[in-house]
Design a binder for this molecule. Sequence first.
Ligand code: ADP
Ligand code: MG
Length: 244
Amino acid sequence: MLRIIDVSHAYGTVPALSSISFDVHQGAMGVIGPNGSGKSTLLNIIAGAMKPQKGAIWWGGANLTTLPPHRIACRGISRMSQHSHISGDLTVSENISLGIYGFHGGLRLRWPPTTASLVREAAALCGIDSGRLTAYPRQLSFFEQRMTELARCIVSASTQLLLLDEPTAGFADLEKKRVFSILSTLKTKMTILLVEHDLDFIQEVSDCLAVMAEGKLLSIGEPAFVLKEPRVLDTYLGTKYVAG
Ligand SMILES: Nc1ncnc2c1ncn2[C@@H]1O[C@H](COP(=O)(O)OP(=O)(O)O)[C@@H](O)[C@H]1O
Ligand SMILES: [Mg+2]
């Protein structure tokens, strides 16, 4: 279980997170909230890309808060960030294999003998055709590029917690359906914490839903229930929510 305990963070004088606390159990937890509500900051803090100014992140009974990102990755936590990070100089297969070495010897740049089969399995799970493994990112559609990133996140077969920041942004409906099917399979193998704007998509894929607004946790619970709450509707209909 992931525990987010009283986490606060500000960029200079701009508060991004204010005393956020919640637990993430097995399955998929969705996170929604207007732009600027702190969703990406929270995922970056869980992955260790930045340290919170207050509070703690616990995972599997261990405090991650002071660990560097590669040590957090070694504990089975993998993140796909909001903005694409893929190397244009490497093939799809090589990009995916970058997700392996972190779990097999920390900073030791040696891939295990099973790398090729792990890459093929991860690519297949993420809907990437095996004929595309030798292609370069410039030859791929945006969908294939993002799915290459997703495959890199899960390729080690050690991933227990997958952090996804708007993985379907910019996708057509058909592509979203493919991601839905991919995540439905992945969530049987690992816990997923998913930031997403498409309310239909997140409601269908999530077992639990957290709503953030202005760096605070507005609501958390069963998706259908949370999405009917007046203060959540207000946030999405544009009426300003003022925390009471
Ligand atoms: N690198 C940064 N420097 C300064 N302010 C930032 C930075 N990243 C995010 N912020 C600010 O922190 C707040 C939360 O941002 P973010 O976590 O990206 O929200 P979300 O992902 O929900 O859109 C916003 O006010 C945003 O402008
Ligand atoms: Mg964001």
